[in-house]
Design a binder for this molecule. Structure first.
Ligand code: HC1
Ligand code: SF4
Length: 561
């Protein structure tokens, strides 16, 4: 087998695309700021520079491995070089580390520590660039940008949005939006994927924890919360647990300790969505309507479609997202109680998603009695509150969510992974809930991490053609193929983030493909352990439709309230 020599030891080649991957396989953690295997190679930061036997240096990320190569990764020259890069970056970086959002998880901080940078020999020169606070989800602080371009490539290559770009040249270079317009005006969908790859505090997620703390401390306020499916398989990572471990019960316990009065599972909202979306699909099949029908639960996708594909407006399901449906149910349920008890209800949604912060502000989510959701906290934000509360999360005993809304079907739980919404809807439309039927639905091709999946299933006496995509760039490709007549579907599920909500921009980072796969496995495991696998079998639904919603059924749909 072909091999190369790294620091005197032979390492076999296994089809790696570049030297960096071979070096890391050999157990040497070569540092980088700008390398992600899911994006193109930029080679800008030079931190991964290595030296060959003839003393030539090269960036490992952009050098293909050639059999017989001999490279060194830790010569005196390389170590000096890395320190110099770090000092240069630090010299024009706003170094308010102690108050920075990324304090403790900043790559620049981590590498400065690792390479023993104790003093910066260059003059401190930070440009006076203003903060960008234009988005309800994303904050940009250009004074902390190291120009690695990770956000630019994420937004363009994975999401196909292109809201961020490099502007100007040389020492004036900066990452910004076109004409310095606000993020919303350049098509940003709030997915937060840029914040997920930013190595420093230059792009972060808006911190709304103070608003939640304030509500928790007011005795006249009833604080109710819903927890999204994907949070349960990721929050443990913030407390040293493995990705995929299902810790909903610990999270419920921790939130009760923080003072939340009622804690529910967004899975119930997902069960409502499945019911409504399934009915909508059947209605379109039987009475005519626009096809394909697209899902509507992902705010990143809905925003993207509004911006880029207004012609698809009627193809998108009228259903609110599970968060939106549950938000309406909770508001309606508690508003009567509030009047009777002289209280007010503050509704919190704990989500893996930064786009949900945008969604909570949409017109359709605001009625004359106020917003259906008062604040959206990401997985990372609730973890921060738990840490601030001094709670030993990993040691907590599990507790169940509150009644009357605490029951969720397995179908509701798998919403958090790409393909899950489709599988849940197909389960509902299937003839029965026997094991074999459910297995058949699971193996139609909706599961897995491929960017675009296709499946077909028999519904209402005909063959339904289904597609499942995640990552907006994949969605764009699919739409173009459909519009050019190259593909045809009846039902399309779109999730903006890679892997679906499990890979949301509010989840703990860094989010490697293996991490996402482990989280997906955790959700499928949780589903297979539930007794109720189909949404329509959730006994709470009849109470919601009958006692809570009644004539307000339309509140489950968009654009009408
Ligand atoms: Fe999602 Fe959804 S699955 S969008 O990924 O439809 O955020 O987890 O809560 O609303 O249920 C997110 C997750 C989430 C909604 C549901
Ligand atoms: Fe682009 Fe998403 Fe970041 Fe907006 S939030 S700039 S769409 S990556």
């Amino acid at each position: 087998k072909d091999s190369i020599v790294i620091d005197g030891r032979r390492v076999e080649l296994d089809g790696e695309k570049n030297l960096l991957e071979v070096v890391r396989k050999a157990g040497i953690d070569l540092p980088t700021f700008c390398y992600y295997s899911c994006m193109s190679v930029y080679g800008a930061c030079r931190m991964c520079t290595v030296e060959d036997s003839r003393g030539r240096t090269m960036a490992a990320c952009s050098t293909p491995p050639k059999p017989g190569m001999e490279i060194r990764t830790n010569t005196e020259r390389l170590r000096k070089y890395r320190r110099m890069i770090l000092e240069l970056l630090l010299s024009n970086h706003n170094r308010d580390c102690t108050t920075c959002e990324k304090n403790g998880s900043c790559k620049l901080q981590e590498l400065a520590l690792r390479f023993g940078v104790r003093k910066v020999r260059f003059r401190q020169e930070v440009r006076d660039l203003p903060l960008d606070t234009s988005s309800p989800a994303i904050l940009r602080d250009p004074q902390k940008c190291i120009l690695c371009g990770d956000c630019v490539r994420m937004c363009a290559e994975v999401q196909g949005v292109g809201a961020l770009a490099f502007a100007y040249r040389g020492s004036d270079m900066e990452v910004t939006t076109a004409f310095h317009r606000s993020l919303g005006d350049v098509g940003c969908v709030g997915c937060g994927q840029c914040a997920g790859v930013c190595p420093t505090g230059a792009i972060t997620v808006r911190d709304d924890t103070a608003r939640a703390w304030k509500a928790l401390q007011d005795p006249q306020t009833r604080v109710v919360a819903q927890i999204a499916p994907a949070v349960r398989v990721a929050i443990g990572e913030e407390f040293g647990m493995e990705p995929g471990e299902v810790t909903l019960g610990k999270l419920v316990a921790a939130m009760r300790m923080l003072g939340f009065d009622e804690v529910y599972d967004t899975g119930l909202g997902a069960d409502l969505t499945v019911t409504e979306e399934g009915n909508e699909l059947l209605d379109r099949l039987q009475n005519g309507g626009r096809f394909p029908m697209f899902t509507s639960c992902c705010p990143g996708w809905v925003t993207y479609a509004r911006n880029r594909h207004p012609e698809l407006a009627e193809n998108i399901s009228t259903c609110r997202s599970p968060m939106g449906m549950f938000g309406a149910v909770l508001r309606d349920y508690f508003s009567g109680k509030d009047t009777a008890e002289g209280k007010k209800t503050f509704s919190v949604a704990v989500m893996p998603c930064t786009g949900k912060k945008l969604e909570a502000g949409w017109d359709e989510m605001v009625t004359e009695i106020g917003k259906d959701i008062d604040v959206v906290l990401t997985t990372q934000e609730i973890a921060q509150m738990i840490r601030e509360g001094g709670i030993d999360f990993a040691a907590l005993e599990s507790e169940g969510p509150d009644m009357p809304f605490g029951l969720t079907s397995g179908a509701g739980v798998i919403f958090g992974v790409t393909g899950g919404v489709t599988e849940a809807v197909l389960r509902n439309l299937a003839a029965d809930s026997g094991h074999d039927t459910l297995q058949q639905v699971a193996f139609t091709g909706v599961r897995g991490m491929e960017g675009v999946k296709e499946a077909s299933a028999a519904v209402d006496g005909r063959e339904l053609r289904v597609a499942v995509v995640h990552g907006l760039r994949n969605a764009e490709q699919l739409i173009q193929d459909m519009q050019a007549g190259r593909r045809q579907y009846d039902f399309v599920e779109v999730m903006a983030c890679p892997g679906g909500c499990i890979g949301g921009g509010g989840q703990p980072g860094p989010q490697a493909a293996e991490t996402r796969a482990a989280r997906a496995k955790g959700l499928y495991q949780a589903d297979s352990e539930t007794q109720i696998r189909r949404s329509q079998e959730n006994p709470v639904l009849s109470k919601v439709y009958g006692d809570v919603l009644g004539e307000n059924h339309h509140r489950l749909h968009r654009g009408r309230h």
